[in-house]
Design a protein. Structure first.
Length: 378
């Protein structure tokens, strides 16, 4: 059996090696390292894939979130509601822009932001909601868009973990995650579902005016050369990363299907284990692209399991071990523990197993047997 990895980027590279190597050589020979043709072509190809009117590439997924919020013109003191159970980047940029982060609880079955908790957190200062499509599963966008409409709030989708997922609305229509709200963001960090070989990110929107604003913001606030109309940033996807992403984008659906297959195998093997709750897919199967495959271990053995897997050379991760509302940087006296019941529980129960496009049946069998034997089935 091949050594098990949390993410197998070497294996994935082998299948697209010639194309990647060739296009990297082309970039180097052309010396169009910044804003070269590869970046523009990738932008168009991603627009087509997502069905988004505008894709604006940038340097990473954290910048993408920050720039989206700058583009919407959010002002210090504006309240922005987001999930307590997510990667810190989401809340970090809210705080950095001197907006007020308002963390709310998530749903136990999907790990995604709880629309009821959003409703309770709305005040006259609330300006935006940031749902995160956590672990690759679309958040409840029917409810979130309804709340946003009713209260006149912006929706900024953090789609760093969900690229390629489809959301199916109650009325039967379906849209790719990231293109549902006013603006969406993603990350091309190597381990993400569409990862480059370094850092990268992008912002999506169907709003022409917002796209125009954002294109200036990523480029030092310039709309005309050397005229700086707003305070901007320098945030670019470089041409080498764009060339790699162009080689990978046509494979994204196949990559996501490979993840789904692995998830199905895992879930089948854990089905009879009373102490394990497997990921729940709400609605259509393509609403989940399994950025992570995350179990809940309900008999208190999560930490011991982490250690046991490590001893058996099975990598795993705890995403996330501490709720954001308890992090030193984001503590706020307004937060009450009873409002974070689900996050407080999840941080003790969750464990993410190896998940990537190259997982083999034999590896999954070994992982699931090791987990089941240790956790105990009854
Ligand atoms: C990875 C990630 C980000 C940040 O992306 P970077 O490219 O690492 O800056 C933001 N939000 C979520 C939910 C992520 O998983």
């Amino acid at each position: 059996m091949k050594k098990i990895q949390m993410v197998d980027l070497q294996g994935q590279y082998q299948a697209i090696k010639e194309q990647v190597n060739q296009s990297l050589t082309e970039v180097i020979e052309s010396a169009a390292f910044v804003n070269g043709p590869q970046v523009h072509k990738f932008q168009e190809e991603l627009e087509n894939y997502l069905g988004a009117k505008h894709v604006i590439p940038c340097a990473n997924g954290t910048d993408a979130l920050q720039i989206a919020m700058m583009g919407l013109g959010l002002k210090p003191g504006d309240e922005v509601i987001t999930a307590d159970f997510t990667f810190a980047a989401t809340v970090e940029v809210i705080a950095l822009l001197q907006l007020t982060p308002v963390l709310v609880d998530v749903e136990k079955d999907t790990f995604n932001i709880d629309p009821e908790a959003i409703k309770k957190a709305i005040t006259p200062k609330t300006k935006a909601i940031v749902p995160v499509h956590l672990f690759g599963q679309a958040a409840n966008m029917d409810a979130i868009m309804e709340i946003a409409k009713e209260h006149n709030l912006y929706v900024i989708e953090d789609n760093a973990q969900g690229i390629g997922a489809n959301y199916h609305f109650k009325d039967g229509s379906s849209i790719k995650t990231g293109v549902i709200g006013d603006v969406g963001t993603t990350s091309f960090f190597p381990s993400k579902n569409l990862g480059c070989y370094g850092d990268g990110g992008a912002i999506f929107t169907n709003n022409d005016e917002l796209a125009y604003m954002i294109r200036g913001i990523v480029n030092h606030g310039m709309y005309e050369r050397y005229h700086h109309d707003v305070v901007g940033v320098n945030s670019r996807l470089d041409s080498m990363q764009a060339a790699i992403l162009r080689a990978k984008l046509p494979n994204l659906d196949a990559y996501n299907n490979a993840r789904k297959k692995a998830a199905e195998r895992y879930t089948a093997a854990f089905k009879d284990n009373k102490h394990i709750i497997t990921p729940v897919i709400l609605g259509e199967e393509d609403t989940h692209v399994f950025h992570q495959y995350t179990l809940r271990i309900t008999n208190g053995k999560r930490d011991a399991l982490v250690k046991h897997l490590q001893e058996n050379a099975i990598p795993c991760g705890v995403y996330y071990p501490i709720p954001l509302h308890l992090q030193k940087a984001y503590k706020d006296e307004r937060y009450k523990e009873e409002n974070f019941e689900v996050t407080n529980l999840l941080v003790k129960e969750v464990i993410s197993l190896p998940m990537h496009t190259e997982l083999e049946e034999e590896q999954i069998a070994f992982i699931t047997k090791t987990v089941n034997d240790f956790v105990g089935e009854s």
